[in-house]
Design a protein around this ligand. Structure first.
Ligand code: ATP
Length: 271
């Protein structure tokens, strides 16, 4: 069945099928969001229908780049045992009048035909920014089509949209009734940074208890999950080049470099 669904999605040419390879345990921190996602799974059951609960519509996760928004989508689809289908609005754009909305409607039909599934729309603001004021009207019509679907949707398709900037999102998208929940993902705190280090060390077959995670977390203030992952990757690379095992010092050195880059990006005029 999964193979058949994969083939349907592949044939669409505009959607992408992702195999579940991440679990919620791979997401460091974000405990409240993870608990909500884990709970929401039950809302797809017959028991929920009998109880009078509607099929979940989806969630919008807003936050800085690299904070784990997409990762949550992947982990969620795996935890729910549903395929993840990526919908990239840029691939839906056509040059003829009405072509883009037509492609979006077709894509919606395709995802509904492979339901239950999770549809991931990354950086949704890029697709719908300018709606209402774009001269061609494409963004406006695409947003209209998407909103209508979110409003009327009864199929077990969970739409997970991510955005980096809430200011660029049209207010209609944020109105209650479109998504079940709106989440804001901030910089990870000290405890979350420890969990993210532990996750990425474990992922690369290193025992996190062999490292002082508290010190690493203290030194990684202001770094997001993607940057912490990079510190582990670079530390491993440095140790491998010198044919020895990864040490705490490798990670601290790589962190120093990551922090220098971060500070230069924050205060370019001062350096
Ligand atoms: P963007 O807005 O740029 O798409 P994003 O918020 O969607 O960023 P992800 O793509 O999910 O960020 O994160 C990139 C990578 O960083 C992930 O694949 C993961 O390896 C790592 N990462 C980010 N946040 C976390 C986290 N909380 N726990 C573990 N790994 C994380």
């Amino acid at each position: 069945l999964l193979a058949a669904k994969k083939e349907i999605v592949r044939k669409s040419g505009v959607l992408e099928f992702s195999e579940a390879s991440t679990s919620l345990d791979d997401v460091g921190g974000l405990d409240v969001l993870k608990a909500w996602l884990a709970r929401k799974r039950r809302a797809f059951s017959d028991e929920a229908r009998a109880f009078g609960i509607d099929v979940p519509k989806g969630a919008l996760i807003v936050g800085i780049p690299g904070s784990g928004k997409t990762l949550c989508g992947k982990a969620m689809s795996a935890a729910w045992g549903m395929p993840l289908v990526r919908m990239d609005f840029a691939r839906l754009l056509g040059s003829l009048v009405g072509e883009s909305e037509g492609k979006l409607l077709q894509a919606i039909k395709t995802v509904e035909s492979v339901a239950p599934c999770v549809v991931l729309i990354d950086e949704i603001e890029k697709s719908v920014a300018g709606a209402g004021s774009d001269l061609s009207g494409v963004s406006t019509r695409m947003l209209g089509t998407l909103l209508q679907w979110l409003n009327d949707k009864t199929s077990p398709v969970f739409v997970l949209a991510t955005a980096n900037q809430i200011e660029s999102l049209p207010p209609e998208l944020l109105r209650k009734g479109r998504f079940d929940e709106l989440w804001f993902v901030d910089l990870p705190n000290l405890v979350e940074r420890q969990a993210i280090f532990a996750t990425h060390l474990r992922k690369r077959r290193r025992d996190p208890t062999g490292f002082d995670l508290k010190v690493l977390a203290e030194q990684s203030n202001n770094l997001v999950g993607a940057e912490i992952e990079q510190v582990v990757i670079e530390g491993l690379g440095a140790a491998f080049d010198e044919s020895r095992e990864l040490t705490q010092a490798d990670l601290e050195r790589c962190m120093e470099r990551a922090r220098e880059i971060w500070e230069q990006l924050q205060y370019p005029a001062l350096t």
